[in-house]
Design a protein around this ligand. Sequence first.
Ligand SMILES: *[C@@H]1O[C@H](CO)[C@@H](O)[C@H](O)[C@H]1NC(C)=O
Length: 172
Amino acid sequence: MFILCFVPHILFEASCTGCRCCASGTDCITTNGVVECLDPCDTYTVLNDTWRSTENTDNSILHCDQDISRSVWYRFYLGQTNAQIPEKYVAEQRCGTSASLWINGNHPVQLNEIVTRNLFDSWWGYSYRSSYFASIAIQIKLCSGYYVYKLQQPFGCYMAYCAGAGKPLHPH
Ligand SMILES: *[C@@H]1O[C@H](CO)[C@@H](O)[C@H](O)[C@H]1NC(C)=O
Protein backbone atom coordinates (compact mmCIF):
# COMPACT_ATOMS: atom_id res chain seq x y z
CA MET A 1 0.00 0.00 0.00
CA PHE A 2 1.22 3.44 -0.84
CA ILE A 3 0.65 6.14 1.73
CA LEU A 4 1.12 9.79 0.92
CA CYS A 5 2.44 11.89 3.73
CA PHE A 6 2.27 15.63 3.66
CA VAL A 7 4.27 16.59 6.69
CA PRO A 8 6.60 19.59 6.72
CA HIS A 9 9.86 17.71 7.13
CA ILE A 10 9.15 15.71 3.99
CA LEU A 11 8.54 18.87 2.02
CA PHE A 12 11.80 20.19 3.46
CA GLU A 13 13.71 17.12 2.44
CA ALA A 14 12.82 13.87 0.73
CA SER A 15 11.93 11.16 3.20
CA CYS A 16 14.71 8.78 4.05
CA THR A 17 14.88 5.04 3.78
CA GLY A 18 13.77 3.29 6.91
CA CYS A 19 11.41 6.07 8.02
CA ARG A 20 7.92 6.43 6.69
CA CYS A 21 6.10 9.34 8.21
CA CYS A 22 7.84 10.51 11.33
CA ALA A 23 5.48 11.83 13.98
CA SER A 24 5.49 15.57 14.60
CA GLY A 25 8.59 16.62 16.51
CA THR A 26 10.59 13.58 15.42
CA ASP A 27 12.87 13.12 12.44
CA CYS A 28 14.83 10.48 10.57
CA ILE A 29 18.04 10.12 12.53
CA THR A 30 20.86 7.66 11.93
CA THR A 31 22.40 6.04 15.00
CA ASN A 32 24.94 3.24 14.57
CA GLY A 33 23.87 2.86 10.97
CA VAL A 34 20.18 2.45 11.84
CA VAL A 35 17.72 5.00 10.46
CA GLU A 36 14.67 5.63 12.63
CA CYS A 37 12.17 8.31 13.57
CA LEU A 38 13.60 9.70 16.80
CA ASP A 39 13.18 12.78 18.94
CA PRO A 40 16.24 14.98 18.25
CA CYS A 41 15.89 16.38 21.79
CA ASP A 42 17.10 13.00 23.01
CA THR A 43 19.41 11.98 20.17
CA TYR A 44 21.91 14.62 19.15
CA THR A 45 25.61 15.21 18.56
CA VAL A 46 27.37 17.82 20.68
CA LEU A 47 29.25 20.71 19.06
CA ASN A 48 31.22 22.33 21.86
CA ASP A 49 34.23 23.83 20.09
CA THR A 50 35.33 27.00 21.87
CA TRP A 51 36.55 28.43 18.56
CA ARG A 52 32.91 28.73 17.42
CA SER A 53 32.27 31.57 19.83
CA THR A 54 31.03 34.82 18.28
CA GLU A 55 33.57 36.51 20.59
CA ASN A 56 36.45 34.64 18.96
CA THR A 57 38.39 37.01 16.71
CA ASP A 58 41.48 34.82 16.45
CA ASN A 59 41.66 33.82 12.78
CA SER A 60 45.14 32.33 12.88
CA ILE A 61 43.52 28.89 12.55
CA LEU A 62 40.53 28.78 10.21
CA HIS A 63 37.92 26.06 10.51
CA CYS A 64 35.57 24.58 7.97
CA ASP A 65 32.38 22.62 8.73
CA GLN A 66 32.81 19.96 6.07
CA ASP A 67 32.01 17.15 8.50
CA ILE A 68 28.46 18.26 9.24
CA SER A 69 26.04 15.39 8.63
CA ARG A 70 22.43 15.67 7.46
CA SER A 71 21.44 12.52 9.28
CA VAL A 72 22.05 13.73 12.83
CA TRP A 73 20.93 16.73 14.91
CA TYR A 74 23.34 18.96 16.84
CA ARG A 75 23.35 20.72 20.19
CA PHE A 76 25.76 23.60 20.80
CA TYR A 77 27.67 24.30 23.98
CA LEU A 78 30.26 26.88 24.93
CA GLY A 79 31.99 25.30 27.88
CA GLN A 80 29.23 23.84 30.06
CA THR A 81 26.68 26.41 28.88
CA ASN A 82 24.01 25.99 26.22
CA ALA A 83 24.85 27.97 23.12
CA GLN A 84 22.94 28.80 19.98
CA ILE A 85 23.43 29.97 16.43
CA PRO A 86 23.23 33.78 16.37
CA GLU A 87 20.07 35.32 14.95
CA LYS A 88 21.92 38.30 13.60
CA TYR A 89 24.77 39.14 11.29
CA VAL A 90 28.15 38.10 12.64
CA ALA A 91 31.18 39.84 11.16
CA GLU A 92 33.56 37.85 9.01
CA GLN A 93 36.74 36.47 10.54
CA ARG A 94 34.92 35.47 13.70
CA CYS A 95 33.87 32.10 15.06
CA GLY A 96 37.21 30.61 14.05
CA THR A 97 36.48 30.89 10.34
CA SER A 98 36.41 33.31 7.42
CA ALA A 99 32.71 33.29 6.67
CA SER A 100 30.80 32.95 9.92
CA LEU A 101 27.41 31.24 9.61
CA TRP A 102 24.29 32.64 11.29
CA ILE A 103 20.52 32.62 10.76
CA ASN A 104 18.25 35.47 9.76
CA GLY A 105 15.25 34.48 11.87
CA ASN A 106 14.15 33.70 15.36
CA HIS A 107 14.47 30.45 17.21
CA PRO A 108 11.24 28.55 17.91
CA VAL A 109 9.28 29.60 21.01
CA GLN A 110 6.87 26.69 21.41
CA LEU A 111 8.22 23.64 23.19
CA ASN A 112 8.92 20.85 20.68
CA GLU A 113 8.27 23.19 17.77
CA ILE A 114 10.53 22.72 14.73
CA VAL A 115 11.14 25.73 12.49
CA THR A 116 13.07 26.13 9.25
CA ARG A 117 15.44 29.07 8.97
CA ASN A 118 17.71 30.34 6.26
CA LEU A 119 21.40 30.21 6.87
CA PHE A 120 23.52 33.24 6.05
CA ASP A 121 27.22 33.83 5.88
CA SER A 122 29.45 36.82 6.23
CA TRP A 123 31.65 36.09 3.23
CA TRP A 124 33.61 39.25 2.52
CA GLY A 125 31.51 41.13 5.00
CA TYR A 126 28.37 40.68 3.00
CA SER A 127 25.27 42.51 4.00
CA TYR A 128 22.90 42.04 6.88
CA ARG A 129 20.07 40.83 4.73
CA SER A 130 21.64 38.99 1.88
CA SER A 131 24.47 36.62 1.63
CA TYR A 132 27.31 36.10 -0.82
CA PHE A 133 26.02 32.65 -1.66
CA ALA A 134 22.40 31.65 -1.95
CA SER A 135 21.18 30.91 1.51
CA ILE A 136 20.31 27.38 2.50
CA ALA A 137 17.86 26.14 5.11
CA ILE A 138 18.43 24.49 8.46
CA GLN A 139 15.92 23.29 11.05
CA ILE A 140 15.74 24.16 14.73
CA LYS A 141 13.79 22.45 17.49
CA LEU A 142 13.08 23.87 20.94
CA CYS A 143 13.63 21.21 23.57
CA SER A 144 13.14 21.65 27.29
CA GLY A 145 15.83 24.24 28.01
CA TYR A 146 17.93 24.04 24.85
CA TYR A 147 17.80 23.94 21.07
CA VAL A 148 18.84 21.24 18.65
CA TYR A 149 19.69 21.85 15.01
CA LYS A 150 19.55 19.94 11.77
CA LEU A 151 22.40 21.56 9.88
CA GLN A 152 23.66 21.52 6.33
CA GLN A 153 27.23 21.50 5.14
CA PRO A 154 28.31 24.97 4.13
CA PHE A 155 29.15 25.73 0.53
CA GLY A 156 32.88 25.64 0.95
CA CYS A 157 35.82 26.74 3.04
CA TYR A 158 36.31 28.48 5.21
CA MET A 159 32.80 28.54 6.60
CA ALA A 160 31.67 27.36 10.00
CA TYR A 161 28.69 27.66 12.34
CA CYS A 162 28.94 30.31 15.03
CA ALA A 163 27.89 29.71 18.61
CA GLY A 164 26.66 32.57 20.74
CA ALA A 165 25.41 32.96 24.24
CA GLY A 166 21.92 31.57 24.67
CA LYS A 167 19.08 33.95 25.32
CA PRO A 168 16.47 32.96 27.90
CA LEU A 169 14.13 30.32 26.58
CA HIS A 170 10.40 30.80 26.81
CA PRO A 171 8.85 27.39 26.29
CA HIS A 172 5.07 27.37 26.57
C1 LIG B 1 33.46 18.84 24.62
O1 LIG B 1 32.77 17.70 25.06
C2 LIG B 1 33.60 16.57 25.23
C3 LIG B 1 32.74 15.38 25.54
O2 LIG B 1 31.90 15.62 26.62
C4 LIG B 1 34.62 16.87 26.32
O3 LIG B 1 35.49 15.78 26.50
C5 LIG B 1 35.42 18.10 25.94
O4 LIG B 1 36.28 18.46 26.99
C6 LIG B 1 34.50 19.26 25.64
N1 LIG B 1 35.29 20.36 25.10
C7 LIG B 1 35.12 21.61 25.51
C8 LIG B 1 35.99 22.60 24.83
O5 LIG B 1 34.33 21.93 26.37
